[in-house]
Design a protein around this ligand. Sequence first.
Ligand code: O7M
Length: 233
Amino acid sequence: MFNERPGIVPSLDVDLSEAIKVVKDVSQLKREIAGLKIGSILAWKYGLTRVVNVLKDISDFPIIFDAQKAGTDIPDIVREQVKVVADAKIDAFIACPQGAGSATLKAFIKACFDFSVIPIVVLEMTHPEFDAFLQKNASERILKQSLDLGVENFVAPANKPERLKVYRNFVIEMDKEIKIFSPGVGPQGGGPDTAIKAGADFVIVGRSIYGAGNPREEATRIFKLMEKKETLL
Ligand code: O7M
């Protein structure tokens, strides 16, 4: 899973009927779409299992769950959350461990491996003040600890290409292989091409795709931009 880069992960932060429309529209884009991200809007409104069943009925894409944001509670609760997500047949689960501490991060990763869910860890967020309450180098420390625990998939901001490069170089220096999923393109200011060039493998795209008159055309356009870019470090 997530082996062929570059790719797009549409973020379905919409009603279920709208999500179904978008997924049906892009369902032929087997090469371009790497997975579907579902979040709190769909899960809270309709229930995780129902949403996963509906989306798996109409497409074969891996489903990534981003509770916006999970993996922040005490370790025992985080383990239970991962179990619920695994029971719903989610393929990959995103944690945002900023403010959670290393015991929680460890519990999240272990539970994912125990319940056969791919762990994806957020290193840094797209909004400017994301680190206002964090200690220095929190993101680098999360990356190091996650790598040591076997995580191979991370989230880092497309609208901060200089930070993407920092993470990519850090991993190269550690002689590890990872995949970076990058949100923040379009309305948040990032470009899919600049993100790929700076070290991202996949872009997470919400409004630019689901808000487009023709999601398939927009996804194809974004993919062409990404395809042209080789990672330059
Ligand atoms: O493309 P947009 O701006 O309409 O949507 C962006 C999506 O990416 C939306 O689902 C956000 O929750 C998510 N996101 C961010 O915007 N910023 C982040 O730092 C991290 C994420 C994310 O996907 O984290 C896993």
